[in-house]
Write a protein that binds this ligand. Sequence first.
Ligand code: G1P
Length: 290
Amino acid sequence: MAHNVRKAVFPVAGLGTRLLPASKAIPKEMATVVDRPVIQYAIEEARSAGIEEFIFVTCRGKASIEDHFDVDVALEAELRSKGKDDALEDVASTELPTGSFTCIRQGRPLGLGHAVWCAKALVGNEPFAVVLPDDVFLSDKPVLQQMTEAYDRVGGNMLAVVEVPREKTNKYGILDIGDDDGTIATVKGMVEKPNPADAPSTLSVVGRYILQPEVMTALDDQEPGKGGEIQLTDAIARAIGHQKVVGFRYEGERFDCGDKAGFVMANLAFGLRNKDVGPSLKKMIAQLSR
Ligand code: G1P
């Protein structure tokens, strides 16, 4: 029986160069998709999956992320006194319970593996999720919840995966797989951002992981890999052969909100499903496409 996943690590120390100039003075994680910042989608997904402890790996200039999930006593008092109950409810829904979230700094941008390793002491000796907030999913059941449910049956190290066009393998961690039941695929090897010609498949890792604490131990002495950065992919690959590593094909649609096109598409997709914005957005899109 797999151990429950109670903790999630959210690496939020990236520079957001692909979203410039929007991300010059505000963190890319605070860019708004319809009515809430990108990072809030990740937190809501993690809460649905039963995560109780939220660990942000952050850096200089990202304080607004912490503020967003903190209690704002003055704002709440103001909204309450004005009888703005709906707004009050929206604000309350952003609060993480006191004591449930911590922030730790990465310091230097040495790679995703290094960012995750920064949370080692906070994670301790238990399985943990890694949630990359750039990846926002539209799905009936939150993707991390799909994964924790599968993990309860399967255990091991589990990575959310999706097929990508071959010309895009150099943007992702790519898997070499063995047994595959259509949902869970056994991982025989994995490589970070291979050129299309060298990619072992087109099955790519996207930003949700459930990992065993041994991956943190591997990160202790992980050498820099692709791009001179310490790669999470390389540390997970070292578990292959002595620990189970599986790819999990989720149900849902992924938007890369760290990229301008993905960000705009996420706004449209979530906007169309939003009860306040959807109807007029639909009308406007119909007009524009005439
Ligand atoms: C990271 C990982 C990569 C993974 C991707 C998913 O890359 O290193 O293996 O496929 O996230 O979004 P990044 O997008 O941070 O360069």
